[in-house]
Design a binder for this molecule. Structure first.
Ligand code: AP5
Ligand code: MG
Ligand code: ZN
Length: 213
């Protein structure tokens, strides 16, 4: 099963992708997490990506597409995967389609999580993210058992550099301009399923599993 998580920054893509990944034993591939891991490890890729990410801009397609195609070619992706944060514009979606077609394959379902901009801004400033495994928490909604420490792997939790209010607003603008057109794109292919991402996260997850079952 090949799944795409679509939605604004902070819509809960990562939160749901993690749960889907555990239940269905599919790798969770987040381009944002890959970039953040590279930034943490001080790689060339990380240095290049950081400049764009901190400004709330998209990392250029050449770079992002190469990383994504390398990742999905790995052995653990044979039975499917969950893409979180990719594709983020029409050109990225077209590259992915072309590659899947070449392999005689296709995307099975696109999970679109709808959350209004006002709720997003409230969520982001409370978010804490694990720098190691990519798990996300919220200081009020989903607190970790021990403050500042990841429940899953014990690593440090951080407030992401791009979660400041001004940067979140910029990311939302880019979402509306570049990513939202993907809703129509996948609707036309008949694979889009829309979910109300303002609901309780376990309720959202239940609705998703009903569709995936
Ligand atoms: P990325 O890491 O993908 O960030 P994003 O898309 O902006 O999305 P987020 O990770 O911020 O939100 P999310 O939807 O995963 O929400 P979460 O589950 O954490 O990308 C970062 C940057 O990398 C981009 O800006 C860009 O620069 C670059 N990049 C990445 N991919 C790229 C690409 N393909 N092309 C170019 N550049 C790319 O939830 C948010 C918060 O809400 C959490 O605190 C969570 O606990 C809480 N929450 C979740 N669900 C609920 C709920 N139902 N109710 C209440 N609270 C909830
Ligand atoms: Mg995320
Ligand atoms: Zn962790």
């Amino acid at each position: 099963m090949k799944i795409i998580m679509l939605g604004a920054p902070g819509a809960g893509k990562g939160t749901q992708a993690k749960m889907i990944s555990e239940k269905y034993h599919l790798p969770h591939i987040s381009t944002g997490d890959i970039f953040r891991a590279n930034i943490k490890n001080g790689t060339e890729l990380g240095k290049e990506a950081k400049g764009y990410m901190d400004k709330g801009l998209l990392v250029p397609d050449e770079l992002t597409v190469r990383i994504l195609l390398d990742r999905v070619a790995k052995e653990d992706c044979k039975n499917g995967y969950i893409l979180d944060g990719f594709p983020r514009n029409i050109p990225q979606a077209e590259v992915l389609d072309k590659e899947l077609t070449r392999l005689g394959d296709k995307i099975d379902i696109v999970i679109d999580m709808e959350v209004p901009d006002e709720s997003i801004i409230k969520r982001m400033t409370g978010r804490r993210a694990c720098t190691s495994c990519g798990a996300t928490y919220h200081i009020v909604n989903v607190p970790p058992k021990k403050e500042g420490v990841c429940d899953k792997c014990g690593e440090e939790l951080i407030l992401r550099d791009d979660d400041r209010e001004e940067t979140v607003k910029k990311r939302l603008n880019i979402y509306h301009e570049q990513t939202q057109p993907l809703i129509k794109y996948y609707q036309k292919k008949g694979v889009l399923k829309t979910f109300d991402g303002t609901k309780d996260m376990m309720d959202v997850f239940t609705e998703i599993t009903e569709i995936l079952a």
